[in-house]
Design a protein around this ligand. Structure first.
Ligand SMILES: Nc1nc2c(c(=O)[nH]1)N[C@H]1C(S)=C(S)[C@@H](COP(=O)(O)OP(=O)(O)OC[C@H]3O[C@@H](n4cnc5c(=O)[nH]c(N)nc54)[C@H](O)[C@@H]3O)O[C@H]1N2
Ligand SMILES: Nc1nc2c(c(=O)[nH]1)N[C@H]1C(S)=C(S)[C@@H](COP(=O)(O)OP(=O)(O)OC[C@H]3O[C@@H](n4cnc5c(=O)[nH]c(N)nc54)[C@H](O)[C@@H]3O)O[C@H]1N2
Ligand code: SF4
Ligand SMILES: [Mo]
Length: 740
């Protein structure tokens, strides 16, 4: 009675499933089902999505700003909280300069309209070079690879899952994670469909994951050594003359000879010891890849968050290109999101426009590696970080050597967090500004729709109105940008300025659908909603499926998406679009960028040394967990045995460790205790802890071993600055008997 139904996109992971929510009269979610009419997810729902109601209604979610003075925290009114933020950011800048205020942008901002539309404005308003994001603990290598190969850090090819006949997948466990940089609801069904079509799925992973168990073949690889395997595959394609001369790539590729020369030294036999992969398997894998009529190579978190992250990301797309599978149906393709104009002129991709103060690490894609954030906070001197803004992230759990970052955050002069929870990170904030509940928040995946396996768009209005006086997340971030600028300026001025500038550029660009028109006339046509939605409307109308402000009356507008397609709109399978994407200086795909070729020296020197023999640590994800947010979602976090140290039985025997024993995991940076779980799902020499588990409640004793205490902030992939979170050298010790 009094119940109603609302439809929205699940904001919890990159699969972007459509949900059908049942809400009671009070606006609480009483049931969650998969939305059968969503063309992309077709009713699929995972346990996390099913628990969205408890997350949405979580009593621990903050409802008003929290202000900290020393150890005391007290709720505050919005205006007084904003005033504290304005004054303190202003003070830090006045005393120490703009770079003294850093911004950390977490993964959650990627799942919102607010993050993509306003974080740039906040950073710009502060004027700081100290931008850090979860990207350098995740996918920066793919950005750098796309930047150098295709000219655009956003050019990340996605496996065309629904049409491929052969998938070679490295370092991804989509049956646990539901996929990343490949939005594909019900990944399992899509993998099984490849098999049902007579195709093959091969998984390369140091752990026999659920995904690996489903695959036709699972290849164990020693953590951190995929680059050797991948370059040996490239070697084999050249050596056995297996290159496919795909017509659509003819004349579009630079550096083929350089690449051939580079791969000469990496015969499969040479990399067997270091990778643990038999040479015969490598050769066969190369032959199968070349022989498959439609194949895609896909590498994800396990290949990015390691010592050779960029080399891996590059070699994955080299394989896609050499086998003729780049930009063709069933291969690796570039999605064409409805909100991204295709005519935009892009600047050539460069890195290192500035460097981090302490370690001299290059800027990549406008940011610095999160692995050096603690250095910049702790090291005195000019330019030291004294103030921090965090947006939807929990770096104490997610960044390498989180324990050090935890201590560093405690020393800041001022910290403000936009976050609905008090947790390991936000407990250091002087002001926490909580965004509203998911059902109170409109949704459109600006950041993620560019990685979907079909072109698709979905807009979800808020299902429950915001209580008066409570700012939306977009309003919060827009206000933060205004406060950071030191003015009490109307935050609306920011959106107005962006709309004006975008329309001015669009009418001036001869490739745009509104070329030559009057910006004022276009401005008046925008959706009458809040400014963030006017901006979204503008993006959709200028986009590849847009109405071009009336130029194509059947085209997309935000109003049309909202009213005519409440379950989402399918815009068809991925389409070849290399011409739109490529923006290298040469106008060709750069198969062998000099910086990547130079980094291959590290592979050479590693092969000259004896292969390492010690134990290495990798992370893992559980289908019910969600990065560092588990402790805030009671339902999904429960279940026994999920936070164990997994290790191979042979290693357990050698070390005298039995199942259920508590052991110490010791790395360069720290030690954690965990319960041992011997299992042959792990390759010998490899141990695994889950990622993202932390304290149950701030201030309470940690019930779980924290992976970020043993990951190393000194270990990064030099080309991307990405943290090395997998393949961490560790010692496993039996816990000394506790004193009676
Ligand atoms: N349930 C759940 N889902 C999630 C998340 C979560 O925390 N929980 N997080 C979300 C986020 S932020 C992301 S980015 C995605 C990530 O999604 P995925 O990329 O699928 O990430 P993982 O599930 O961590 O799988 C990474 C795999 O890499 C393997 N691996 C580790 N080291 C190596 C290596 O050196 N080489 C190779 N080849 N493999 C290696 C691991 O054993 C693991 O199976 O998941 C998202 N979805
Ligand atoms: N060892 C190891 N470390 C890893 C990984 C690994 O596999 N192994 N994975 C890495 C990856 S892929 C990633 S993406 C990073 C993630 O790193 P982070 O982005 O730093 O961490 P999350 O846990 O995703 O952060 C979620 C934060 O968002 C807040 N939040 C929840 N809902 C909302 C909302 O609606 N709005 C806002 N503003 N905030 C909200 C939560 O309270 C929490 O503080 O971790 C990385 N770290
Ligand atoms: S797979 Fe991801 S998007 Fe789909 S229901 Fe589960 S958490 Fe939500
Ligand atoms: Mo991630």
């Amino acid at each position: 009675m009094g119940e109603r139904t609302a439809y929205r996109t699940c904001p919890l992971c990159e699969a972007l499933c459509g949900l059908e929510l049942t809400l009671n009269r009070a606006g609480a979610v009483t049931a969650v089902r998969g939305d059968r009419e969503d063309p992309l997810s077709q009713g699929f729902l995972c346990p996390k999505g099913a628990a969205l109601g408890s997350l949405d209604g979580d009593p621990d979610r903050l409802r008003e700003p929290l202000v900290r003075d020393g150890a005391e925290r007290a709720p505050a009114g919005w205006e007084s909280a904003f005033e504290i933020v304005r004054r303190n950011i202003g003070d830090v800048i006045a005393r120490y300069g703009k770079d003294a205020v850093a911004v950390y942008v977490g993964n959650l901002t990627a799942h919102s309209i607010a993050g993509p539309l306003y974080t740039g404005a906040i950073v710009k308003a502060i004027g700081t070079r100290n931008l850090y994001t979860a990207s350098t603990a995740d996918q920066m290598p793919k950005r750098v690879s796309g930047g150098h190969m295709f000219g655009d850090p956003l050019a990340v090819p996605v496996p065309d899952l629904d049409r491929t006949g052969h998938l070679l997948m490295l370092g991804a466990d989509p049956l646990a994670s539901n996929g990343s940089l490949c939005s594909a609801p019900d990944f399992r069904r899509r993998l099984k469909a490849i098999q049902a079509r007579g195709g093959k799925v091969t998984v390369v992973d140091p752990r026999r994951t659920r995904t690996a168990a489903l695959a036709d073949e699972h290849v164990f690889v020693r953590p951190g050594t995929d680059a050797f395997l991948l370059i040996a595959l490239v070697h084999t394609l050249f050596a056995e003359d297996l290159l496919t001369t795909a017509d659509h790539l003819a004349g579009r590729v630079n550096g083929l000879d350089d690449l051939r020369a580079l791969a000469v030294d990496f015969a499969p036999e040479r990399v067997t010891d270091v990778t643990g992969v038999p040479a015969a398997t490598i050769r066969r894998t190369a032959r199968e890849l070349a022989a498959a009529p439609r194949a895609a190579v896909y590498g994800r978190v396990g290949t990015c968050t390691q010592a050779y992250g960029t080399l891996n990301s590059w070699l994955v797309d080299v394989l896609n290109t050499l086998t003729g599978n780049l930009d063709r149906a069933g291969g690796a393709m570039f999605p064409r999101p409805a909100h991204a104009p295709v005519y935009r002129r892009k600047r050539p991709f460069t890195t290192g426009r500035w460097r981090s103060r302490v370690r001299g690490l290059p800027e990549i894609n406008g940011e610095l590696p999160v692995a050096t954030l603690a250095d910049e906070i702790e090291t005195p001197g000019e330019g030291q970080i004294r103030g921090l803004v965090t947006l939807g992230g929990n770096p104490v759990l997610s960044a390498p050597n989180g324990a050090r970052l935890d201590r560093a955050l405690a020393g800041l002069d001022f910290m403000v967090s936009v976050d609905p929870y008090l947790n390991e990170t936000t407990r250091h904030a002087h002001v926490v500004l909580p965004p509203p509940r998911p059902v109170q928040t409109p949704h459109y995946d600006i950041a993620l729709l560019g990685f979907a396996v079909r072109d698709y768009a979905r807009y979800s209005p808020a299902a429950v109105p915001l209580p008066g006086g409570r700012p939306s997340e977009t309003a919060l971030l827009a206000r933060l940008a205004a406060l950071a600028a030191g003015t009490d300026a109307d935050p609306a001025a920011l959106d107005e300025a962006i709309i004006t500038a975008t329309l001015a550029r669009a009418v001036a660009h001869d490739g745009s659908p509104v070329h030559g028109r009057e910006p004022d006339e276009l401005r008046k046509m925008l959706d009458p909603g809040p400014l963030a939605e006017q901006r979204l409307d503008m993006m959709l109308r200028l986009g590849p499926y847009g109405d071009g402000f009336g130029a194509d009356p059947s085209g997309l507008t935000l109003t049309r998406l909202r009213t005519e397609h409440p379950h989402g709109l399918d815009l068809g399978p991925l389409k070849p679009r290399l011409d739109e994407v490529l923006c290298t200086t040469s106008g060709r795909i750069e198969l062998c960028p000099p910086t990547f070729a130079a980094d291959v020296d590290r592979l050479h020197s590693a092969l000259r040394d004896a292969p390492p023999t010690g134990l290495v640590l990798i992370g893992r994800r559980h289908p019910r967990s969600d990065n560092g947010r588990t402790h805030t979602t009671p339902e999904p976090a429960r279940g026994s045995g999920t936070c164990t140290l997994q290790l191979n039985p042979a290693d357990a025997d050698r070390l005298g460790i039995t199942a259920g024993a508590t052991v110490r995991v010791v790395s360069r940076t720290g030690a954690v205790e965990a319960v041992a779980e011997p299992t042959d799902t792990l390759m010998a020499g490899v141990v695994s802890l889950p990622h993202g588990w932390g304290h149950d409640r701030p201030g309470a004793a940690s019930h779980h071993p924290v992976l970020s205490a043993v990951t190393d902030d000194h270990a990064i992939d030099p080309l991307s600055g990405n943290a090395v979170l997998n393949g961490v050298p560790v010692l496993i010790q039996s816990r000394p008997t506790a004193l009676a």
